[in-house]
Design a protein around this ligand. Structure first.
Ligand code: OGA
Ligand code: MN
Length: 280
């Protein structure tokens, strides 16, 4: 039987209707991957997977990330939480997750996709939003697309944290400044054939452009890409399973009380292609 799904918004998101047995047997894995690239975010309500099932399901979709990055814990499970005791390494990056971002822009090959399940919800706030940088690019006029395809952008942790930690100390800056500052094309020509804007809170400046013009351009593109029509707003329910294509979407979590104990369990799929410019 083919996969049953309905769009969440016309330009982003799909809700799958599939039972956990079918999720786990991998029979639909190819279709799910294709749909993920087509829709950017997939959700299954009432999936109710255990950690082991969530890991097994993630494995059906690609190459499970196993602890090569320090935030990942045992068996690839990462606990997304503001609780420093649960995940002190992740807490270091945490302030940035409230801003529109792609994960792993400090790595050569950013993760392909991520699978999340809520374990403890916050009573207020803590919704997660996703913006399709595929759709945002595809809707731009041809001449602007062509121009943007010629540009390169420097990404840095310092750029991401500057807004996220307004009361940062010199010691914080020292840690951030030590991170790699990769340069990526502004437009990603994916192997799938789709193109997307490579935007994230880590986007610092456009190469060879005056900083004033660069800031204006990046601000304008962020405003464009995060318009209502490109955004899916997810209100978490226990039992949810959510998958996003990290290469063609940005995401952010809405503010919530750090004392709420909110925890999501996360497994990540390694990236499969570096960010490559199209033939501009
Ligand atoms: C992440 C992330 C958002 C959330 O896991 O990379 O940004 O809802 N999480 O906590
Ligand atoms: Mn993130």
């Amino acid at each position: 039987m083919s996969l049953e799904w309905t769009p969440l918004k016309p330009k982003i998101g799909a809700e799958l209707r599939i039972d956990s047995e079918a999720l786990l047997d991998g029979g639909h894995a190819g279709e799910i991957r294709n749909l993920l690239v087509k829709r950017g975010v997939l959700i299954v309500r009432g999936a109710n997977l255990t950690d082991d099932q969530q890991r097994a399901f993630t494995r059906t979709l690609g190459d499970l990330r196993l602890g090569e990055v320090k935030q990942e814990g045992e068996g690839g499970l990462m606990k997304v939480t503001m609780d420093m005791r649960e995940n002190p390494q992740y807490a270091e990056f945490f302030p940035g997750t409230f801003f529109w971002h792609m994960d792993g822009t400090y790595e050569r090959i950013p993760p392909f996709a991520t699978v999340l399940t809520p374990r403890v919800l916050s009573p207020e706030g803590g919704d997660t939003e996703f913006a399709s940088t595929y759709a945002a690019f595809e809707d731009l006029p041809d001449d602007e697309q062509k121009y943007l395809e010629t540009l390169q952008v420097v990404h840095s942790l310092h750029a991401a944290m500057f807004h996220a930690v307004p009361d940062a100390r010199l010691e914080d800056y020292k840690v951030w400044m030590d991170y790699p500052k990769p340069t990526y094309p502004l437009v990603w020509q994916h192997k799938s054939g789709r193109k997307s804007l490579v935007l994230s809170t880590s986007a610092s400046h456009v190469v060879d452009m005056h900083p004033a013009d660069s800031r204006a351009l990046l601000d304008r593109l962020f405003a464009h890409a995060t318009q209502e029509q490109y955004v899916y707003h997810h209100r978490w329910q226990m039992g949810d399973l959510l998958i996003w294509d990290n290469t063609g979407t940005m995401h952010r979590v809405r503010p919530y009380d750090p004392a709420s104990g909110r925890v999501l369990h996360r497994f990540t799929l390694n990236g499969e292609e570096p960010i490559t410019a199209g033939a501009a």
